[in-house]
Design a protein around this ligand. Structure first.
Ligand code: 4NP
Length: 145
């Protein structure tokens, strides 16, 4: 059974913390975490603008702290969900031999959105676009579990 889900982006301060918070609200009872493939923001709370945009939709991200993805996450989770293909490829490059934990693109759970990744609001500045996509994909993921 898929009960432990890890959301992964690059910095773990915008997209994956939002995915963690949105999915926790939508589907309580799962073990949810998030991580970044990069280590620049380890220990930091989610980016203030993302916290604010998420809070406006009822998602409290304030208790989260950034951490870096680690190969041991392949054993600690049943499903790893990447925000874009670059992060998926980074994650796959770290897969331990013999491990078969699925790694999926988040937007694959919302094909109706017509986009294969969550554009990074740290660079686009569009936090509501990211949250719209994250909420759609979170509903699609919940429906598949
Ligand atoms: P995220 O956005 O991957 O959605 O957390 C980023 C935030 C910071 C950086 C990259 C991506 N950065 O390079 O500092």
């Amino acid at each position: 059974m898929t009960t432990r889900i890890l959301f992964v982006c690059l910095g773990n301060i915008c997209r994956s913390p939002a995915a963690e918070g949105v999915f926790r609200n939508l589907a309580p009872g799962f073990e949810i975490d998030s991580a970044g493939t990069g280590g620049w923001h380890i220990g930091e709370p989610p980016y203030a603008a993302m916290q604010q945009a998420a809070r406006a939709r009822g998602h409290d991200l304030s208790g989260q702290r950034a951490r870096q993805f680690h190969p041991s996450d392949f054993d600690a989770f049943d499903l790893i969900v990447a925000m874009d293909e670059a992060n998926l490829n980074t994650i796959e490059s770290m897969r331990p031999p013999g491990n078969d934990t699925p790694v999926r693109l988040f937007m694959d759970y919302a094909p109706e959105a017509g986009i294969d990744h969550v554009p990074d609001p740290y660079f686009t500045g569009d936090f509501d676009q990211a949250l719209d996509l994250i909420e759609q994909a979170a509903r699609g993921l919940r429906a598949k579990l």
